[in-house]
Design a protein around this ligand. Structure first.
Ligand code: NDP
Length: 469
């Protein structure tokens, strides 16, 4: 074995799989884990790939095992653990060695770490890695951030281990500093929304149409062959069809969802950037509500259960499919608009079509629709997906189904927060004369904030109330 150029710290779920992936692609790699027994068992279970792996039992040992200039991947929990590892590595590394944080860092932390690294080194990259354990082992989607020259240094390895879409690597440099982790955060927000919309449609089928889980699974399986083809639809079909021998799994799983908070970061950032992402916001809200099980049970006891069966024939599965397609397009339109807003705010030239492309394989939100999105964004990145002819055409057809499903849901107590949020946004975005004139009048009334008139030039006008003229 040649001396490795790359090392990895943190042989947990993701780190172990990434290390095996790197070794399998023919790159020698040195590894170190805080708990030494983990390193030993990882190495012992690596099989033939052990020939490409150098296990080490101290940080200094890891650094010594890697050829200069070194690149070291951190795959430890986001937050203080990353700062601790950087602080421990810094005295051991040369200025042109490279630390790569591949965990789910908040992009503000990545910006800070990149800025700290810039003057004296060691160099620093923050990369978002998506695809879970399976993706890490066989091909994740990789969203890189940092100096382009540093990315180029490790791009051959990151490209080789990444997922492939029709032969293309799903590993792309997004921009400086925290750009890669920002794009990963938007990915995670969209992931929350995709999952929530599928869960809402499942709820309509279960409570509104009275369908058993296996039947719902069969519908999802069919949808997965059409416009909604995606990893999340595929696994939703699989979980809906699964049983524990006696019961459908979905019927015995508590309806209380966990989260690591990455969706929340996306929402916070969108609020800070004044970029509306209501579908993702609704999805994060719904997860939070799901956790309030006791409160929900009290609500049901006091007011009666909200969901009611739909009248026979009121809603077809084809209409539900249209609703899901429209919701998905609207959600992605919002997600990409958030990316544009961040690019403007942080001075990043974020490559929108390349972002759609990097999500086509390896990551949780991979879907066939992303290929069409990449094409639409390539035609005119600034235009936004809602106005792109291909998706405008799709929305014209599918928004009828979305409206029908959302209104039936409202009438029969079937909660559809994400789908309804998508529809409201769509309606707002196609209303040339909105209602914010009322807001402006109110603001002027109580705070003399002034307004513009539709029939005169200039701002700072006041109404004939409270003495303001
Ligand atoms: P795990 O909990 O499985 O593993 C964590 C690893 O980090 C372990 O090797 C652990 O070592 C090590 N570690 C923990 N704290 C420290 C510390 N203070 N100093 C040094 N090493 C430490 O986590 P995952 O592999 O799931 O996640 C790693 C990163 O990847 C996270 O940022 C996560 O958000 C991100 N990620 C996870 C995905 C997933 O599907 N799991 C998907 C995409 C990204 P020890 O054995 O000593 O405890």
């Amino acid at each position: 074995m040649t001396k490795p150029h790359i090392g990895l710290i943190g042989l947990g779920t993701m780190g172990a799989m990434l290390a095996l992936n790197i070794a399998e692609k023919g790159f020698a790699i040195a590894v170190w884990n805080r708990t030494t027994t983990v390193t030993r068992s990882f190495y012992a279970e690596a099989g033939a790939l052990a020939a490409q792996i150098v296990p080490t039992e101290s940080l200094a040992g890891l650094v010594a095992a890697i050829e200069r200039p070194r690149s070291i991947i951190l795959m430890v929990p986001a937050g203080p653990a990353v700062d601790e590892q950087i602080a421990a590595l810094r005295p051991l590394l040369d200025a042109d060695d490279l630390i790569i944080d591949a965990g789910n860092a908040n992009f503000h932390d990545t910006n800070r770490r990149a800025a700290q690294a810039a003057p004296h080194g060691p160099r620093f990259l923050g990369i978002g890695v998506s695809g879970g354990e399976e993706g890490a082992r066989h091909g994740p989607s990789i969203m890189g951030g940092g100096e382009k020259a540093d990315w180029d240094r490790v791009a051959p390895i990151l490209g080789a281990i990444s997922a492939k879409y029709q032969g293309e690597d799903c590993a792309t440099w997004m921009g400086p500093g925290g750009a890669g982790h920002f794009v990963k955060a938007v990915h995670n927000g969209i992931e929350y929304a995709d999952m929530q919309m599928i869960a809402e449609i499942y709820g309509v089928m279960r409570d509104g149409l009275g369908m058993p889980a296996a039947e719902i699974g069969a519908v999802f399986e069919t949808w997965n062959k059409g416009a909604l083809q995606s990893y999340l639809m595929e696994i939703s079909a699989a979980v809906a069809k699964a049983t524990d021998g006696a019961h459908p799994m979905l019927d015995v799983i508590l309806d209380k969802a966990g989260q690591k908070g990455t969706g929340r970061w996306t929402v916070i950032e969108a609020q800070t950037l004044s970029a509306p992402i209501p579908v993702i916001e609704a999805a994060v809200m719904a997860r939070n509500v799901s956790a309030q099980l006791e409160a929900r049970r009290k609500g049901e006891a006091l007011f009666g259960a909200a969901p009611q069966p739909l009248p026979k024939g009121a809603l077809s599965l084809a209409t539900l499919e249209q609703a899901m397609i429209a919701g998905k397009i609207l959600c992605y339109a919002q997600g990409f608009a958030l990316i544009v807003a961040a690019g403007q705010e942080f001075g990043w030239d974020l490559p929108l079509p390349a972002i759609a492309r990097v999500w086509r394989a390896g990551c949780i939100i991979r879907s066939s629709m992303l290929e069409d999105m990449a094409r639409a964004l390539e035609e005119d990145p600034a235009r936004g997906l809602m106005l792109a002819p291909f998706f405008a055409d799709q929305l014209r057809h599918t928004c009828v189904g979305l409206r029908h499903a959302v209104s039936l849901g409202a009438a029969h107590g079937l909660p559809l927060p994400a789908l309804a949020a998508g529809l409201s946004w769509f309606d707002l975005m196609r209303t040339g004369r909105g209602t914010a004139n009322m807001i402006q009048a109110q603001r002027d009334f109580f705070g003399a904030h002034g307004f513009e008139r539709v029939d005169m030039q200039g701002s700072g006008r006041h109404g004939p109330w409270g003495g303001y003229m």
